[in-house]
Design a protein around this ligand. Structure first.
Ligand code: 5GP
Ligand code: ZN
Length: 113
């Protein structure tokens, strides 16, 4: 996806603050953090959201969640963290490349939304 923002970030065409990377995933700091730690984990293969996750191979999907755990460990989130993936317009998804927000470093609200 040539014009996808997160594909371009993952390829290094647009700068980002990398937190973690392997063959399957890329993790970087959100440009507009909503918590002391706010990291985005994306699969290197482009799919728009969880709604299209069947286009990924199982390994790509598993690696996203394993990367969430790795980032939480790297960022010292032993007290907990929240993982969010917005899917589509009702969730106000703004970048149509699957991503998992990892939010931590403060107490989250009890309400999910
Ligand atoms: P969404 O609203 O789609 O769930 O989340 C998209 C996230 O991407 C937002 O939290 C937004 O701050 C972040 N974002 C948008 N553009 C950029 C960018 O150019 N660089 C980085 N690091 N994050 C971005
Ligand atoms: Zn993309």
């Amino acid at each position: 996806m040539e014009n996808c923002l997160f594909c371009r970030i993952m390829k290094g065409e647009i700068p980002s603050a990398k937190v973690y990377e392997n063959d399957y995933v890329y993790a970087f700091r959100d440009i507009n953090p909503q918590a002391p730690v706010h990291v985005l984990v994306i699969p290197k293969k482009h799919v728009s959201s969880i709604s299209e996750i069947d286009a990924l191979e199982d390994k790509d999907i598993a690696q996203c969640l394993l990367a969430v755990r790795t980032v939480a460990s790297l960022e010292n989130l032993a007290d907990g963290y929240r993982v969010v993936s917005n899917c589509g317009p009702d969730a106000c998804q703004s970048v149509p490349h699957l991503h998992f927000h990892i939010l931590g470093g403060r107490k989250m609200g009890e309400q999910m939304a």
